[in-house]
Design a protein around this ligand. Structure first.
Ligand SMILES: Cc1ncc(COP(=O)(O)O)c(C=O)c1O
Length: 330
């Protein structure tokens, strides 16, 4: 089976497992795990921020990041198909009392004119106040689309002007960086806080980080524990993340090339494929998924007429070519 359902399906390589086995560890709730400390310091530095906090999941990193900017009863603006709006099961409302209003963009991009019309200043007892704007880069449900850096700069300028913060869901910020060459620190400069994942294209089995100011991270450390995310000798997992940053970052370019190959085979304009995700329109998505499975390729339906293919560390060039020829016949 060639598995194109998600880049979360990667399994740790032998080299990664060896590094994990050797990791120096301590109790991270006591702040005594040297490998976690190393990872947090390194990731904070990569994005030009003061501090970072290791967590089990990207969802938890997003929840703690957004709540660091938005108080209960206030709102965050985001694109309608953002992961925080669609796929975190209402966590931002359920845990943090955060409300959301959204704009719609087929490629998940920032629509600044609409953001301007949505923005609500503090109106005392009359309207919900906007305190943050969230962007997702790359945008998962928009097919791994990269947000253009100039749009992000314009957003940053606007947000600063009206006094609201910016959150970036950077679960796949690594793919955006490799696809565009924009330095991670430049993406970091756009956002007050980011959530970044090691467990997607980078191929670590577990792990995400919230990145931000020292104060925001100190507060998030308390909330992480409060929510049951205080972990102990997790240097074993942080070691996987460090290994992934050393060995699996630049190779994301291969995943992007494989995605373009699949796109071409499926009649999708490869120019529209920014990174490692391809969305194929088909009259019967579920039928397509079943037929692909029958032919040895796993893909997922993300709507009645939309099929998603995701390339990753576990898909070689040969796999991608074989999958391309199978999917082309369907
Ligand atoms: C854009 C985006 N943000 C956040 C997440 C959440 O990550 P996790 O599955 O680790 O909670 C995902 C997961 O796929 C994602 O695609």
């Amino acid at each position: 089976m060639i598995d194109l359902r998600s880049d979360t399906l990667t399994k740790p390589t032998d080299e990664m497992r060896a590094v994990m086995a050797r990791a120096e560890v301590g109790d991270d709730v006591y702040g005594e795990d040297p490998t976690v400390a190393l990872l947090e310091e390194r990731v904070a530095g990569m994005f030009g921020h003061e501090a970072a906090l290791f967590m089990p999941t990207g969802s938890m990193a997003n929840v703690l990041a957004v709540r660091s900017l938005v108080a209960p009863g206030q709102e965050v603006l985001c694109e309608a198909s953002a992961h925080i709006a669609r796929a975190e099961l209402g966590a931002h409302g359920a845990y943090s009392g955060v409300t959301m209003r959204t704009w719609i963009h087929p490629r998940g991009q920032v629509d600044l004119p609409t953001v301007r019309t949505l923005f609500a200043p503090d109106m005392g007892p009359f309207f919900v106040r906007t305190t943050a704007i969230s962007v997702e880069n790359t945008h998962n449900f928009a097919g791994g689309a990269v947000l253009p850096i100039q749009d992000l700069r314009d957003l940053r300028e606007y947000a600063t002007g009206v006094g609201v913060a910016v959150h970036m869901d950077g679960a796949r910020i690594w793919n955006a960086h490799v696809a565009t060459g924009v330095p991670l620190a430049e993406y970091g400069a756009i956002a007050d806080v980011l959530a970044v994942c090691l467990s997607k294209g980078l191929g670590a089995p577990v792990g995400s980080l919230m990145v931000g100011s020292a104060d925001a991270i100190a507060e998030a450390r308390v909330w992480r524990k409060r929510m049951g995310g205080g972990m102990r000798q997790v240097g074993i997992l942080a070691a996987a993340g460090l290994h992934a940053l050393d060995h699996h970052l630049e190779r994301l370019a291969d995943d992007h090339a494989h995605a373009r190959l699949l796109a071409e085979a499926c009649g999708v304009d490869p120019v529209a494929v920014d990174t490692n995700i391809v969305v194929v329109q088909h009259a019967d998505a579920l039928g397509f998924v079943a037929a692909a499975r029958e032919a040895g390729v796993l893909v997922s339906a993300v709507g009645p007429t939309a099929v998603r293919l995701v390339t990753h560390l576990g898909v070689s060039r040969v796999d991608a070519e074989r999958a391309a020829s199978v999917l082309a016949t369907l």
